[in-house]
Design a protein around this ligand. Structure first.
Ligand SMILES: Cc1cc2nc3c(=O)[nH]c(=O)nc-3n(C[C@H](O)[C@H](O)[C@H](O)COP(=O)(O)OP(=O)(O)OC[C@H]3O[C@@H](n4cnc5c(N)ncnc54)[C@H](O)[C@@H]3O)c2cc1C
Length: 449
């Protein structure tokens, strides 16, 4: 309590200590099983406030964890000696249509930007969930519906404004503080509190996108057909194969409520005729529901049908270089009828995700052809053993072809050096030593000085 009272003197935004009204709401993560218990929570209203909060934390021996939505709170671990700095009040969206550039405050979620861009004939490199924060997504990588054509969102970032550990306001881009700019793009929240971010967006009036829903009993056939298709797909199409067990929630459409499906979703930067041709082998399996149509890019916002409300879950993921036939059958068995996992998702990678652009940041590429992700909901402790067992089985099924991790999908504390090649890791540590030698910032994935 004393901690927060001190901070209030120097601070225009809200400050909360344990027991204050709003404390539990402010410390809530997207995964409701993550029990964030920081020393205090600060909600700065502008960059000056952020600098005040950093000075205060340093004076009192606290570290600072910047956070927006808490979608990746799991890896943070113990927050006892940490000031949780929630960026919720640092809003703002500016769109420069001619330059195809967007500037957002650190509070901005994708859903506040993508519908507006869509009306202007533009699309951003957002992912599956409209309520993920743009800053956290972008600093960690960011793989979405246009990833095979345009790569990761982190490498579409053109400028980052932040407050560094010494309380300085810094604008980092290719010309100014280029090492910091490089490190932020993939090195995450280890170097400062980002107050604003600017990024490139792409001209897209319409694309061919949608989902094919199949009987869940067809899971193995669908996964085989999808996997066989991958080598023949151009970079203009990004597709994900899913097995989804929808909960019986009243807000879901009756056609899917409480039901299970194998679903292939895709976004194609091309015509309906070409898109239909590419998907022909899948339609031969006679989908129950087919939502594909030419549509504005806003339609991608909710294509994946991600949950919007926080929920308790466990997850596992892997980047793999191939999914051999035997592994497909294992994945189908683990994810199909009777599975304890609400979602198993296979994302087609490759294309621009595997090409190194000389201007890229620390997260220049991701290895692998497929990103495998599994998630099980654990509303009560008794559900956990089955979920953990199915997640372990999923990981084991793809382990022989595992080639790496995608940090944004890692939901627990891990040794972070393995996310980068040795040269990149050493450079990240050098930048950290330069900008945050006292290790003030506690990021979801820690890079030590
Ligand atoms: C339902 C769901 C769907 C997802 N879909 C995708 C997807 O399609 N593609 C994809 O690539 N990822 C996806 N993700 C992963 C997502 O990109 C990460 O969880 C990301 O870290 C979320 O960013 P956030 O700011 O919302 O989360 P937070 O937990 O608030 O932030 C995560 C981390 O980002 C850093 N950070 C955030 N804000 C700041 C700031 N202002 N200054 C400095 N550091 C900051 C901090 O280190 C923080 O710990 C998904 C996650 C979920 C839960």
């Amino acid at each position: 309590m004393a901690i927060a009272t001190h901070l209030i003197d120097a601070f225009a935004g809200a400050v909360l200590a344990p027991g204050d009204g709003g404390w539990d709401a402010a410390r809530q993560a997207f995964n409701t099983d993550i029990d964030q218990r920081p020393a205090a929570i600060a909600m700065p209203t502008d960059a000056l406030d952020v600098a005040d909060a950093l000075r205060f934390a340093a004076r009192h021996g606290l570290r600072v964890a910047p956070q927006r939505t808490g979608h990746n709170a799991g890896p943070l671990g113990d927050l006892r000696d940490v000031l949780l700095l929630k960026t919720d009040a640092l809003g703002g969206v500016e769109i420069d249509v001619g330059a195809r550039r967007v500037r957002v405050g650190a509070a901005t979620r994708w859903e506040q930007v993508t519908p507006r861009l869509s009306e202007l004939g533009l699309a951003a490199l957002h992912g599956s969930s409209p309520d993920v924060g743009i800053v956290g997504y972008s600093l960690g990588g960011g793989i979405g519906w246009l990833a095979r054509k345009h790569g990761m969102q982190t490498n579409a970032v053109t400028a980052i404004e932040l407050i560094t550990a010494d309380g300085r306001f810094v604008r980092a881009d290719r010309e100014h503080e280029p090492d910091l700019f490089w490190a932020l793009r993939g090195g995450g929240g280890n170097f400062g509190v980002v107050t604003a971010l600017e990024f490139e967006v792409f001209p897209v009036r319409e694309l061919y996108a949608g989902a094919l829903f199949f009987e869940v009993e067809q899971t193995a056939d669908v996964l085989h057909a999808w996997t066989e298709l991958l080598p023949h797909l151009p970079e203009e199409i990004t597709s994900w194969a899913n097995v989804l067990h929808f909960p019986p929630l009243p807000e879901l459409p009756a056609a899917i409520r409480g039901r299970s499906f194998a679903i292939v979703m895709a976004a194609f930067l091309g015509s309906e005729a070409d898109g239909r041709e590419l998907l022909r082998p899948l339609r031969r399996l006679r989908p129950l529901i087919d939502t594909f149509a030419m549509q504005a890019p806003a339609g991608l916002g909710d294509l994946a049908m991600d949950p919007r409300e926080p929920l308790p879950f466990r997850s596992a993921h892997a980047l793999i270089d191939a999914l051999p036939a035997a592994a497909i059958d294992d994945v189908a068995r683990i994810s199909g009828p009777g599975s304890s996992l609400a979602l198993v998702q296979l994302r087609h990678m490759g294309g621009a995700l595997s090409r190194r652009d000389p201007d890229a940041g620390a997260r220049a590429t991701l290895p692998g052809e497929i990103c495998v992700f599994g998630l099980g909901v654990v509303p009560e402790a008794s559900a956990e053993p089955a979920v953990l067992s199915d997640l372990a089985a999923l990981s084991a099924a793809v382990a022989p072809r595992r080639v790496g991790d995608y940090p944004n999908f890692v939901e627990q504390p891990v040794e972070v050096s393995g996310f980068f090649d040795p040269g990149t890791w050493e450079r990240l540590r050098r930048v950290k030593a330069l900008y945050d030698p006292q290790d003030l910032f506690k990021a979801n994935h820690h890079i030590p000085a």
